[in-house]
Design a protein. Structure first.
Length: 154
């Protein structure tokens, strides 16, 4: 059923914001800090050890798609594509939009986009493993979005 598959795909996508938040907070700033630290302390070179996380997160996505195809479970395939779609969003938002590894929307005036970038920059204010805040990516509070609205001249 296509509608059920769609629900599985969307559920996976939304759950990934929570999974990515938890992985960032408890793994990347925890036992896997050795892979994430170079993302908090700018080091020369285009690639970061932190980029390994794209490979790590690709594994559950690939397993859901491959096993779903082998056993004919379309919901599992859809779930895997939902994870992959979130991974693509993470790449676009985190690597390209926020950190500008390629020029992209640098001068946006959209208050949501600006709030997403500000929130993650607040995460990076902390150069250390401990004491960081704002581990999520796409979810930002109303207040932060409102604070990014450019005030109209009276
Ligand atoms: Zn971090
Ligand atoms: Zn970052």
């Amino acid at each position: 059923m296509v509608t059920v598959d769609l629900i599985f795909g969307i559920t996976a996508y939304i759950s990934m914001e929570g999974a990515a938040w938890a992985a960032h907070k408890y793994l990347m700033h925890g036992p896997l800090w050795f892979l994430h630290s170079d993302h908090h302390t700018k080091e020369p070179g285009f690639f970061e050890k932190n980029d390994f996380f794209f490979l790590i997160f690709a594994i559950p996505s690939w397993l859901c798609i491959m096993l779903g195809m082998i056993y004919g479970v379309s919901e599992s395939v859809a779930f895997g594509y939902g994870i992959a779609a979130y991974g693509l969003t993470y790449f676009l938002v985190h690597e390209i939009f926020i950190h500008q590894r390629f020029r992209f929307l640098r001068n946006t005036t959209n208050p949501y986009f600006k709030a997403v970038r500000l929130k993650h920059k607040l995460h990076h204010k902390n150069l250390d493993q401990h004491g960081a805040e704002h581990f999520g990516l796409l979810w930002v509070s109303r207040e932060l979005i409102n604070s990014q609205r450019t005030k109209k001249q009276p």
